[in-house]
Design a protein around this ligand. Structure first.
Ligand code: DGL
Length: 282
């Protein structure tokens, strides 16, 4: 099994005078990352690709995820992206190294910032992960967390029912609460003190998850963490690469592409972003 280097993206540089962040996900989950990016970097152009025609990625094999992730990233590069953000844990866990090896631009992803945040937040080093089957089977978290925090113990829980519940908008339903409670039970039994929301859909269930986990457990929201990483990278690049944020402002655009588009998709995206945006079929 091959895992990626926590810091390898720093080897890549953007040498263009403007920046466009390309964000991709298996579908709509990555909009939680877009929302954070828009609030931290309101002036930077973003192009999004959601692979709604081939979603979900969660139950798929690493080989397929590597192929899909590369295709998704290439689509964004064709649309002018010069930074890639993998806003999908399933793809990030299996395909980050592949993308870093094959693409000569900075590749950010949701796993590393979550690992770093969980390690710094956790008092006892007892860390729980909720994720899709692909993320949990990749074992990315149990491998990376102890490299950052020796002695930490990681407990994982696949939560395949949560993505459809979020997409149906059952964010506070009794059934959703019951399922969240059931998924959290084994993690709580292990006395975790920190919990990573290891799927870009889960931030929409953050309140219910916090309620069922209890106040004692600290929650890591990867969408916020990855957006902050991108922001610090850009700040650094303004100095080291002469990146011209002023210039990007004049051409600031946001484009949201999806590989399949239905009226229901509009509803879900509006729920994720908290406002309506124009969606284009890729
Ligand atoms: N957003 C995806 C992730 O973070 C979950 C949805 C899917 O299974 O495609 O893994």
């Amino acid at each position: 099994m091959q895992f990626f280097n926590l810091h390898s993206r720093r080897n890549s540089k953007i040498d263009s005078s403007s920046v466009k962040i390309g964000v991709f996900d298996s579908g709509v989950g990555g909009f939680t990352v877009v929302k954070e990016l828009l609030s931290i970097l309101p002036d930077v152009p973003i192009v999004y690709f959601g692979d709604t025609a081939r979603t979900p990625y969660g139950p798929k094999s690493p080989e397929i995820l590597r192929r899909y992730a590369l295709e998704d990233a290439k689509f964004l590069i064709e649309k002018g992206a010069n930074i890639i953000v993998i806003a999908c844990h399933s793809a990030a866990s299996c395909a980050t190294q592949e993308l870093r090896d094959k693409l000569s631009l900075p590749v950010f992803e949701v796993v590393t910032p979550s690992v770093e945040k969980a390690c710094s937040l956790s008092k006892k080093g007892m860390i729980g992960i909720m994720g899709t089957r692909a993320t949990v089977s990749s074992n990315i978290y149990p491998v990376l967390i102890p490299t950052k925090r020796p002695g930490a113990i990681v407990f994982q829980q696949p939560c395949p029912l949560l993505v459809p519940l979020v997409e149906e908008g059952w964010l506070k339903a009794r059934e959703t609460r019951m399922i969240v409670k059931k998924y959290l039970r084994p993690l709580k039994d292990k006395q975790i003190d920190t919990l990573v929301l290891g799927c870009t859909h889960y931030p929409l269930l953050k309140n219910v998850i916090q309620e069922k986990a209890g106040k004692r457990i600290k929650i890591v929201d990867p969408s916020r963490e990855v957006a902050q990483k991108v922001a610090s990278f850009l700040k650094e690049s303004v100095i080291t690469n002469n990146l011209n944020i002023e210039k990007t402002r004049t051409s600031c655009i946001r484009e949201f592409f999806l590989s399949d588009l239905t009226p229901h998709t509009f509803e879900i995206v509006t729920r994720f972003l908290g406002r309506k945006v124009e969606l284009k079929k890729a």
